[in-house]
Design a protein around this ligand. Sequence first.
Ligand SMILES: [Fe+2]
Ligand SMILES: [Fe+2]
Length: 354
Amino acid sequence: MRERRRQVGDFEVIEFDDAAEVDALRGRRELPAALDLRWTWEYGSEVAELRALYEKGKVSQWNAERDVDWSVPCTPEAWIVAPEGSLLAQVLKLMGRDEETQRAAAFEEIAYLLSQLLHGEQAALQLCGQLTNTCEKMDEKWYAASQVADEARHVEVFSKLLQRKLGRVHPISPTLKILLEMLLQAPSTREKTLGMQTLFEGMAVGIMDLLRGQCRNALLADVLRRVEQDEARHAAFGVLMMRRVVRSASAEERAQMEDWCFSVLEALNANQQLDMLVGLGPKYGIEPEAVVRMTTALPNFAQLNCLPYMHTVVPNLKALGLLTGRREADWRRVGMLVDRREVEALLAAAGPVD
Ligand SMILES: [Fe+2]
Ligand SMILES: [Fe+2]
C-alpha cells in the first residue's frame, strides 16, 4: 500500500481516494489461496491446554437467534453509544450541529464499525477453515474447527443486528480488505495464526471491549459481550499456538515475525478511520482530511489512539517476545504504544473483559 501513503500534517496516512478503484477492489470476490493440507495419524491429545480450550468452547456455545433478545429497540432516536464514543458526533458538536444530527451520525458510524467487524468475522470464518486443513496436530484441528462454528455465529449475529436494527451493512473498508486478503493468502500456518488469531482477534477484542464500555443500548451491549467471550478464547488459541512457534524459531525468524506484526498493524493504524470518514463524512459536511489533521495533532493523540492496540494485542505480543526493544520506538512513533500508566485510567473507564 506504499503508493497510498501521503502526509497529513505530521502523520503519514494510507488513503484510498479513487472510488472506481475501491469498487473494483470490493467487487473482486475470488481469491486464489493455496493450502498445504496435513494429515495426522495421532488421534490422542498432544497439547493439553488446547484440548482444555476445545472443551471450554463446547460448553460456551450460544444461539444467536434464540438467546439474543431481538425485541430490544435499537434506533437513532436515542444514543446507542455515549457521544464521546463517536468521532463524527464529536466533530459535529464542534461544528455546532444539533444533537439529533450528532445522534444520527453516531448511529451510522457504529453501523459502519459493526459492518467492518462483520467483514472481519467472515475472514476469520474462512481463515479458521484453512487452519483446520493446515494444522499439524489433531488438538489444533479440533479447536480450529470449533472456532469455525463460533465465527459462523458471529457472522450471523452481526449481520442480523445490522440488517434488523442498524438498517444496512456498509461495504468493507479497502484497507481492511487488503490486509485480510493478505492473511487469507499467507502461505504458512504461522503467518495465518499470527495475523488472524493474535493481531486481528486481539484488535477485535480491544475494539469491542472499548465500544461496550461506551455502549448505551442493551441489545448492542449483549451482542458484544457474547462475541467477546468467544473472541477471548480465540485469542488464547493464537497465543498457545504462537508460543510454541516462537520458542522453536531462530533469532532471525523472531525478528521477521516482529517486523511483520508491526507492518500489518501500522497499515491499519495509518488509515486513521479515513475509509469511514470518506464514506460518511460528506453527508454531514465533514471534510475527512481536516478531521485526521485535527485528531493526529491533539496533544493526547497517542494516549487515545493506542487504546485498542494496548488492550490485548500489545500485552500478547510482548508476552510472545514479538514486541521488543528492537521495534518499540516505531510503535510509539505512530501512536500505537505509550507507557502503561498513561492509559490505565482510560482502559479502566472502558471496563474489563468478562
Ligand atoms: Fe469472531
Ligand atoms: Fe474469533
